[in-house]
Design a protein around this ligand. Structure first.
Ligand code: NDP
Length: 329
């Protein structure tokens, strides 16, 4: 077996030396357990938080722990009544090639309906995050303008397409022309603003001329500050992520906080796992949209577990284009 463990807690930017790759035996299973061979590992921004000891919604990892992570894999052996050898399962088995599980948090998925990798992306945690944040918290109405940051990414790409499906104007914010072209031409957003071009306030106003009714927040920092100045009365902000701040040692100080009051804005942070009651409805809609080709997605796939640390750091810097995965087998 091969594992990636947390070797040290990063201060500021994550470094490859914060990870340790170790070779171990493939574990034997006991009663009520399964042995899973992982096929794909999902790399997600939340892992940066777990590497830290700072207070958050979930406890940090301990040094020497196998890195946490969502996986899809095949059951090789089973002593568990609900799983059999050959089943494809999604769960959180971490950055490793093989894992023993008692079945907690493990879900069998069909391999006919969609490629297995989608259960870590558009039909998995990121897709659910987009749905919960936009639909439950954002409460979009036809004709409204929805702006989403990190728009070409795993979560953002789904947010804009769901907004379009509900008759909203969908505007993305992304880094670089290639990502913006993809967001408009492939994903069908109405517009996308390249925040790296240096004219975010002017360009966003042109892309959202009627103001912003919903801002699905993935990045925080100076982008949030610009958006705050262009909100409409009674705007909603599902606060999903703050990726621009995950690796900084000096947090960005928001200047336009009072816009929340003057516009009577409803801002709500949320953690997708706490909204499981709505997963069946969300997965039903996402599944239908994917199988009918109406919901598009893109993946960046690194090859081999040993390349996971580099791919993870790259994803935090925006080097991914769509959902970042690691192919393990
Ligand atoms: P993405 O696939 O969107 O990848 C991260 C992207 O963030 C990069 O590609 C980059 O895109 C963008 N980014 C990085 N740094 C900056 C910066 N300084 N300013 C602006 N954009 C930046 O990741 P996910 O879709 O998986 O996650 C998106 C967000 O959602 C994250 O903040 C994550 O923490 C959050 N999240 C929250 C959940 C919850 O339950 N609340 C669950 C899942 C995700 P670009 O090249 O366009 O800059």
């Amino acid at each position: 077996n091969r594992q990636v463990q947390l070797a040290s807690r990063p201060e500021g930017w994550v470094k490859e030396s914060d990870f340790r790759i170790v070779e171990t035996d493939v574990p034997a299973i006991g009663q009520g357990e399964v042995l899973v061979k992982n096929l794909y590992l999902s790399l997600d921004p939340y892992m940066r938080g777990r590497m830290s000891a700072a207070k958050s919604y979930a406890a940090g990892m301990e040094l020497g722990d196998v890195m946490v992570g969502g996986t899809v894999g095949t059951i090789l052996e089973s002593n568990h009544p609900e799983f059999k050898a050959g089943d494809t399962v999604v769960g959180y088995l971490g950055w490793q090639l093989y894992a023993v599980s008692k079945g907690e948090g493990l879900r069998t998925v069909s391999t006919n309906a969609a490629p297995v990798s989608t259960y870590l992306g558009v039909l998995g945690m990121p897709g659910l995050t987009a749905w919960i944040g936009l639909i439950d918290i954002g409460q979009p109405k036809a004709g409204e303008t929805v702006v989403v940051s990190a728009a070409s990414g795993a979560v953002g790409s789904v947010v804009g397409q769901l907004a379009k499906a509900r008759g909203c104007r969908a505007v993305g914010i992304a880094g670089g022309k290639a990502k913006c072209d993809y967001v408009v031409n492939e994903l069908g957003f109405d517009a996308c603003v390249d925040y790296k071009a240096g004219n975010l306030a002017v360009d966003l106003q042109a892309a959202a001329p009627d103001g912003i009714d919903i801002y699905f927040e993935n990045v925080g920092g100076p982008i949030l500050d610009v958006v705050l100045t262009q909100l409409n009365a009674f705007a909603r902000i599902p606060l999903c992520g703050f990726i621009s701040q995950y690796n900084v040692t000096e947090p960005y100080a928001i200047k336009h906080f009072s816009a929340l009051l003057t516009n009577r804005v409803k801002l709500q942070g949320f953690i997708v796992g706490e909204h499981a009651a709505h997963f069946p409805q969300a997965l039903d809609e996402l599944g239908k949209l994917v199988t009918t080709g109406k919901l598009k997605y893109r993946e960046t796939i690194a090859n081999g577990l040993e390349n996971a640390p580099k791919a993870f750091i790259g994803m935090l810097k925006g080097e991914n284009f769509g959902k970042q995965l690691v192919k393990l087998a």
